[in-house]
Design a protein around this ligand. Sequence first.
Ligand SMILES: CC(C)(COP(=O)(O)OP(=O)(O)OC[C@H]1O[C@@H](n2cnc3c(N)ncnc32)[C@H](O)[C@@H]1OP(=O)(O)O)[C@@H](O)C(=O)NCCC(=O)NCCS
Length: 167
Amino acid sequence: MSAAFRIEALSASHNRAVFDCGVDALDRYFKEQAAQDVRRRIATCFAAVEIATGTIAGYYTLAATGVALDSLAPVLAKKLPRYPVVPSALIGRLAITSTAQRQGLGAALLADAIARIIASDIGIFAILVDAKNEQAKTFYKHHGFEALPEHPMRLCLPAATAMKFIK
Ligand SMILES: CC(C)(COP(=O)(O)OP(=O)(O)OC[C@H]1O[C@@H](n2cnc3c(N)ncnc32)[C@H](O)[C@@H]1OP(=O)(O)O)[C@@H](O)C(=O)NCCC(=O)NCCS
């Protein structure tokens, strides 16, 4: 990402009204729901703001979640204690406005999300994402995420592996 953007927590000063990433559900969530979820501590939300114009070029959300031990790939599950649920972080939504796509901003927001997850003082084994479509799935697989064996659109990256991505 160029220095043209800064990433900051979503606040009332951001203009969310014109955000358009081409996926209606992600646009609507950002315009109508994100601020409320932040207020209720359901999720945190971070926005990439173009410094020159103040325009929001992308956003992502973070929340705590858990993943069933038996839904992980056996190669991961076998290394873990037999607790039924594995502590995880969810990047619930990630979207870049149409005019800023394919310029590295999605990767920059993903790295920022991973850095925040790893910097938190909570035990988190896995980072999970829900891909909204095949394009998004390709993007996440490109960054090392793998689909859960029985949930093809939910992808997982062990936090320990993610640390290498942000270095
Ligand atoms: C998917 C999305 C977040 C990717 O962000 P982006 O800024 O366009 O992607 P980037 O430019 O950061 O791409 C990073 C890498 O992923 C690859 N990539 C991005 N989109 C890709 C796609 N559709 N297919 C294949 N590779 C892709 C790029 O080639 C790039 O590779 P490189 O690091 O080797 O150069 C963005 O396009 C988007 O918001 N799309 C619409 C909404 C959406 O589907 N969001 C996902 C919700 S789950």
